[in-house]
Design a protein around this ligand. Sequence first.
Ligand code: SAH
Length: 399
Amino acid sequence: MIIVFGCVAVKFLQESIPAILIVILVTGLIGGFVFGLTLPVIVSSNSERVASYEEVAAQSAVQEATKLAVEMGVDSPEYGLAYETLPGAEKYDGPALARSMPIETKEAWLSWMRNNRNDSPVFLEERWQLAQAFVGSSELKRPEDVRAFLLTPREHFVRARNRGLEYADTWLPIGHGATITDPDVVAMMTTTLDINPGDKVLEIGTGSGYQSAILSYLTKEVYTIEIIKPLFVETDQLYRDWEKSYPSYGSINRKLGDGYYGWEKYAPFEKIIVTCSIDHIPPPLLRQLAPGGIMVLPLGPPGRQYIMEVKKDIAEDGAITLTRRDVYNGLRVSFIPFRDEIGTSYSTSPAEERVTVPPPPPPPSSKPENPLEEVNLEENNLNEEPSGTDQAEEGDPEV
Ligand code: SAH
C-alpha cells in the first residue's frame, strides 16, 4: 500500500516539476519587479523620517494646525497650533487712551467720542445714562472703571437679533447656550477687581467678549479663556474685525480651552474674574492667583450664586489666608454653568430652584450731569460693603 502511494507521488512530482518551476520563476519576477519599485520608496521614506524626525514632526504639527485653522475659519497656522491668539510684543495701551478721555461733563465726553470714535450718537447717549446709573448705585466706583465702561461699545457684542436691547440692563443670549452678562453685574465685578494698569487679569468665560473689552481699558495684560469652540472663533473674529478702530481688542490674549485649569503659562495673575457659575473655587485658579490678588466669581449651586470677592494673602510662614466677601449684598444671580469639555458642570451640589422674576426696571434717567460727582474715592475701600439694596429677596437675575 505504502509502496503504491510512493510511486504515485513520485510520478506526480516528475510530471509537475516544470509547472512548479515556472510558477516560482514568474512569482519571483513579479515580486522582484514590485520590490524593486517600492524599495526606494521604503528606503527614502524611512531615511527621511529617521534623518529629520523633528522636522517631520514639526511639519505634521503645522499641517494639523492649518487643518484646525481652516476648520475654525482662520487662515494663520499659528492660530490653531496652540488654540491661542496672542498679541505681539507691542501691546496697545488701552489704559493710556482711557486716561486721555475727559468725563467731567457729558458734553466734553461726547465731543471727545465724536473726535476719536465712530460710535452711533444714540448708543453714546444710552451708554452715558447707564454709566451714571451705575455710579449712583456704586456698581461703578472708581473713575478708571467709569472710563473703561464708557469706552466699550456694548452694541458690538450684543447679537443682531437683540437690536434695541444693547443698553437694557439685562443679560441676553448670544447663542451656543451662553449669554452676555447684565451690564450692572459686569460693572460691579469689574469695580471689585480694583485693576491697576499692568495687573495681569485672567477671565474665565470669554463669551461675547464684552467683559474682556472693558478690561482692555484697565490694563494691557488681559487673558481670556473660552471652552465653546464656535463661540471662541466668533468672538476672536469679532475682535479682529474691530481691532483697527478699537486697537485695545488686539491686545487681548485669547485661548480656547478649559478655564478650570487657568493659564499656567502666564500665571500668576493679580486678578481673576470667573464669569461662569461654580459651587467651589477651582484650586488651579486659586494657585494661579498672585499673593495679594483678587478673584471675583459667581459662587453657589446651579441656578443661584452669590457674587463673591476672594482675596488671597500669603503670610511669611507660607500660610494662605482667603478673605471672602459677598459683593452683591446677598442678591443672588444665575450664571451659565462652569463646565468641562464634554459639557458636564463642575458643580456637584444639587440645583436650587430658580425664581423667575421680571427683568429689573430701566435705570432712572434723571441723574446728575457728572458721573464722578458721586464717586467718593475715600470710600473706595475693598472691605466696605456695597451700597445696600433691598433687592436680595426680590431679584434673581440670570447672567
Ligand atoms: N464674560 C462673558 C459671559 C459669558 S457667559 C461676556 O462678557 O459675554 C459664560 C461663559 O463661560 C460661556 O461662554 C461659557 O461657554 C463659558 N465657560 C463655561 N465653562 C467654561 C470653562 N470651563 N472654561 C472656559 N469658559 C467656560
